[in-house]
Design a protein around this ligand. Sequence first.
Ligand code: AMP
Length: 271
Amino acid sequence: MLILPAMKAPIYSVRMHGCHRKSHLTGAERIVSAADLETVCAELLRRALDHERGRADAVRLSVDEIDPASVRRGRLPDLRTVPAADVREGRCEARRFLCRAGVSPEAADGAFAALSAGAAPGGGNMRGAMIVDADSGRRLEPDPARGVRASRMDLAPAARRCLVLELARVGLDNAHVREALVLAAKVLSAPGIVAELCWSDDPSYTAGYVAAPELGYVRFPHLKSRGGEHGGRAFFWRAGTVPLDATIAFLEKAVLLVDEIGRIEPPSTGV
Ligand code: AMP
């Protein structure tokens, strides 16, 4: 069990990255106590080897001890589901929410087009996210193949137990939703970030979301067609608060442990 903040025992950031034929296959982030370290490493390794899109042929596990004094606490965004009959309607709704969050229509359209086509050069999936200028729609990530990975975030054990129960209550308890909520909590707390758009690259998972500080985590059951292998994330960034380098450093390096969950609304129709 993780005890913070007057903790003497070490805690660790564990990051997993699995590749297949040199392309990104899967990744995951955890923050764990020494007691859970080996179990979690084994779980993440298994996940890379058993992935839906194939068996990873290279897996990198990074384990870094963290200074407990550097750990920030956070809360998950509230979750709600906006029903949509199909992908076209889902994307239309998602675009509307992005615009409500302050993203320009051009920037939203550019992100949908890039994610649909495969946002990495050559049309593959990126390992991380695009950073998109929320006004001009220009892509700003320094490396368009890798993108920027939000890293070093997790749920505290009590919050994880609570989230599992709350999501199960509304029929949404799966790893996609749990992990995406934690990722969104980190992204929305980053300086300069206006909103996030995501849909998965896992062929069987069609849902996606828009997250923004004032909107929370807005889930759409269909943001891509079943069987589609293109997915990814766009982090919309606005100039004027902090330099982009500071936003990227926060996303990659700041440590966030979520110890409070948000409100979880039941979906009204198909999940
Ligand atoms: P997933 O939701 O895990 O299927 O991930 C979908 C896509 O989101 C991946 O292909 C990456 O492009 C991107 N992604 C996944 N994890 C992260 C992360 N921690 N930070 C930034 N982008 C990510």
